[in-house]
Design a protein around this ligand. Sequence first.
Ligand code: UT7
Length: 321
Amino acid sequence: MGNIKSRILSVGTYVPDKVLTNKYFESYLDTSDEWIMTRTGIRERRIVDPDNPMTAADMGCRAALVAMEKAKVKAEEIDGVIVATFTPDNFFPSTACRIQADLECKDAFAFDISAACAGFVYALTVANNMIVSGQAKTILVVGSEVISKTLDWNDRGTCILFGDGAGAVVLQADESGRSDRGILTCHLSSDGTMGDLLILPAWGDERFLSMKGNEVFKHAVRCMADSIYKVIDKTGMKLEDMDLLIPHQANIRIIQALANQMGIPMEKVIANLDKYGNTSSASVPLALEEAWMDGRIKDGTKIVFVGVGGGFTVGSVVCVM
Ligand code: UT7
């Protein structure tokens, strides 16, 4: 049992059809396509239809189905569903329980994780530990967000940044006994003293996502770098040995600053937030999917995933595909 590793067999994604370009915001806010592009790298984002909105479970189901089809894994083989989201369908039942029911993953355990934009990396870490410990063999790990419903659409400092979407991976125990592939190490940490910097209240009349963007920016770069150093250190490998960095997609300048500070060439970094904006827990699987589809991920590719979010939460995972 001690040698079991978990492997990412596949990834599936779903984004709503409705595209909001930066031009849309020019129509009613004191902002511009140029400001948004140069300050964030975001060109457009997807949002759910405001008149008939899909939920996090609706989108998570679609992403999970794609991942299951790609991995040729049937619903009855899924032992557990773990969903990272800060925009759940309900406080309870969890979004994961709805996905478990809709996909008919009979008897699978299901629960949500709240770690904001680090949610997917947190969920991947928890799922990995459940597999490595022998508690489960196959787990669906989902990140799904309907952030458009949490925004103050008149706050130009936040509403331009976010988008809706979902991503899912099938994580499975690798029974080959090989120790050189699969998830090698994980690192998680939190700092609740900085909770006020980025917050979405659960109660009260004014329930909008708010943040101190500039402070979040600096903290994000600092703590993602720290987490990456720690997770790589545990592998015994070097940062240069890694083939790809798949970071949470918040702002291209955050990603560039991180890569620059750590001496990672941008060719090794996956960024697709120009198309989706910041989709929180869906951003890492959306970036993973793009890199996998365009051939940048092959057997043996060494990937570092890193996420940071409100809490503050930060986490990273080293995975050999
Ligand atoms: O997953 C984690 C979630 N959060 C984040 O990732 C956000 C991290 N932070 C950021 O991405 C950046 O801080 C922002 C994109 C939010 C802002 O960029 P910035 O370079 O840090 O700008 P700033 O906050 O220092 O603001 C500069 C100016 C301000 O005007 P004044 O006070 O200098 O007159 C803002 O009011 O830019 C103004 N501003 C805008 N102007 C045009 C803020 N938002 C906009 C906007 N259009 N949309």
